[in-house]
Ligand binder design. Structure first.
Ligand code: URA
Length: 248
């Protein structure tokens, strides 16, 4: 592992040449980029890069003259705190408000997975189809954390059932994390995203959901974003998300 003082020679032998990745990201020709590297104006993951460095596109953070390059030009990803009552589909024949009406029309993005109409909390919207696929496909196992207010007080054995697996009509749920935060409140973290999964899990253990809020998607959380508010995710968050969905 290189220390911050050491030049970054070959950080990822299986990566691509830094000057080539920079060219693709619109910095300049490969030749110009080689000069920038030689002049020590380029950093990778915070360390000064030298000629010959290899990087993983979309994973390693590249900086030129202190400016972090957007790891994917043309890619836009928003984080929305979905309010209750808003639906996640692109359009609704019944005229109910949709999440797409909250974020800008251009560039066109689409919801990454879905939250029920009555569910509140964090939802990503993106035009990055590959990221969306990886975030929602159970084989990548990205954690989704929920704050769940339920009817009644779940017993320790009910919580154990949530953790170990609940028999639903479409099969057993995968192991989850469940902890009580108050008599009627659970923090539940699942790694899959079946239709109405949390509601069905809680219903099955005899504690129907009264209020459901998603509080985290993999590394992405934001307690300051109010219902109805959205923001673009930062480069740092995008890199963290991409790390979270790297094949294991
Ligand atoms: N589980 C549910 O039951 N509903 C959601 O909206 C998300 C997860």
């Amino acid at each position: 592992m290189a220390t911050p003082e050491e030049p970054l020679l070959v950080p990822h032998p299986d990566g691509e040449r830094l000057q080539k990745v920079m060219a693709r990201m619109g910095v300049g020709s490969r030749r110009l980029n080689e000069n920038l590297i030689a002049e020590e104006r380029v950093k990778v993951n915070g360390q000064t890069a030298v000629l010959g460095a290899r990087v993983r596109p979309g994973v390693d953070e590249i900086e030129v003259d202190g400016i972090v390059l957007s790891s994917m030009p043309g890619i836009t990803t928003y984080l929305l705190n979905k309010p209750k009552g808003v639906i996640t589909t692109a359009s609704d024949p019944q005229g109910r408000p949709t999440v797409l009406e909250i974020v800008p029309d251009e560039p066109r993005v689409f919801p990454v997975g879905r939250l029920d109409q009555d569910t509140e909390g964090l939802l990503l919207l993106s035009n990055d189809g590959e990221l969306a696929h990886r975030l929602t496909h159970p084989s990548f196992g990205v954690e989704k954390e929920y704050l769940v207010h339920v009817r009644g007080e779940p017993s320790r054995s009910a919580l154990r059932t949530l953790r170990e697996g609940v028999e639903l009509e479409d099969g057993m749920t995968l192991p989850a994390q469940a902890a009580t935060l108050g008599a009627n409140t659970i923090r539940l973290t699942i790694h899959e995203g079946r239709n109405r999964q949390v509601r069905r899990m809680c219903e099955t253990i005899g504690h129907p959901v009264l209020r459901l809020v998603r509080t985290r998607i993999g590394p992405i959380a934001d307690t300051r974003l109010k219902p109805g508010e959205w923001r673009e995710i930062s480069t740092q968050e995008l890199l963290e998300l991409q790390r979270a969905v790297e094949p294991r």
